[in-house]
Design a protein around this ligand. Structure first.
Ligand code: GTP
Length: 348
């Protein structure tokens, strides 16, 4: 599960809790606020429930990416903050007597931040907005620069620090778990399972963009296999074989872009997926990788320089083609490169 999925689940859960709590808390309005503002409060509460329902509906849509979820989270936290602001403004003169029951809103919201796996910047940003809200409420109810006001601000800062700490711990353990579950431990590249999920998602998106007449994006796959790798293991030992695999993975990193997907597909077999790249340009990337390997060596434990080469199959995604047939075609080309003598790029 990615941070986006985790964040989405938390946002949905908290949105449901807020949706249920909002009408319940409406009883507090009836009990503690003057009858003259009940209608305004009711309308504001209905608008707030509407915003929470919007968060739930949009959050459930799988097309909503990480940025979309971040916006939903901001809506979720800032909607009750806006409601509180509204309460402060419409209570007007009654504010000193009637704020009881609402004044803990900024505290509650800041405590809720610890539920989400946010980065330090994200939680600091939201936390500072909530502290500003508290300062504004103190200004309205005359507590600003008083002993009680400072005490409340101090408490809010402490709560923010605790939230930051909780978020930081949640996000680092989440990232560690994600890395362990998604990476090949030897090379640090993606493992086959994650590659298949990412590729399937990417291909789906490209096909639906195409159907929706958006710009046509291309995708080309390279399948790479180290030549006579068994011989390297047999002659120089398994640990030298491992060094070759690591060096090869580094070459792939150095020769690709940030947006490319790099994965260890099997023992000495790798996939490089090049989104937005047509076959002609992908062949150039493949040739660059092949030549880098040809000119590269690894020092074995007994001090020998060990050379290695790679064979590469190249295939561009066709219209409506699925992941299985694309992989079959690229695999056939890799097989052809092996059959034609190895250390080759085969594209047809
Ligand atoms: N050192 C090391 N070897 C591995 C690892 N994973 C797979 N291998 C070895 O990779 C070798 C693959 O050998 P083969 O499939 O016969 O292929 P090859 O010798 O590269 O021959 P061609 O692919 O036909 O050029 C096997 O000996 C595996 O044991 C690994 O993580 N580390």
């Amino acid at each position: 599960m990615t941070r986006g999925d985790y964040l989405r689940n938390r946002v949905l859960l908290v949105a449901v809790v807020f949706t249920l709590l909002t009408p319940l808390w409406g009883v507090v309005d009836l009990l503690i606020t003057p009858a003259s503002i009940h209608t305004s409060l009711l309308l504001a509460r209905l608008a707030m429930i509407g915003a929470f329902i919007l968060v739930i509906v949009r959050g459930r849509r799988s097309a909503t990416g990480l940025n979309g979820i971040r916006h939903l989270l901001a809506t979720l936290i800032l909607t009750p903050a806006l409601f509180y602001l509204l309460v402060l403004l419409i209570l007007g003169d009654h504010v000193n007597k009637q704020l009881f029951g609402y004044s803990f809103t900024p505290f509650l919201l800041i405590a809720f931040l610890s539920v989400f796996p946010l980065t330090l910047i994200e939680s600091l940003g939201l936390g500072l907005i909530l502290i500003a809200l508290e300062v504004f409420s103190q200004y309205i109810n005359g507590l600003i620069f008083t002993g009680e006001g400072w005490q409340d601000l101090w408490l809010m800062c402490l709560l923010l620090i605790i939230s930051l700490w909780a978020n930081f711990s949640a996000i680092t353990s989440l990232l560690r778990l994600y890395r362990q579950a998604s990476q090949d431990p030897l090379t640090g590249l993606l493992n086959r399972g994650v590659l298949m999920v990412d590729l399937a998602r990417l291909i789906d998106r490209l096909h639906s963009d195409h159907r929706g007449r958006c710009v046509t994006h291309s995708l080309t796959l390279l399948m790479l296999d180290l030549d006579r790798f068994k011989r390297i293991n047999d002659l120089h030992g398994h640990s030298t074989g491992d060094q070759v695999l690591k060096r090869f993975a580094n070459i792939l990193r150095e020769e690709s872009r940030k947006t490319d997907i790099l994965a260890r597909y099997g023992g000495e077999e790798f996939i490089v997926a090049l989104p937005g790249t047509v076959r002609k340009n992908a062949i150039q990337v493949a040739e660059r990788i092949r030549k880098r390997c040809e000119n590269c060596s690894v020092r074995s434990l007994n001090g020998q320089d060990v050379n290695f080469t790679t064979s590469i199959g190249v295939a561009e995604l066709r219209r409506e083609e699925n992941i299985e047939t694309l992989l079959e075609r690229v695999d056939a080309r890799l097989y052809a490169a092996k059959a034609q003598g190895r250390n080759l790029v085969v594209t047809t």
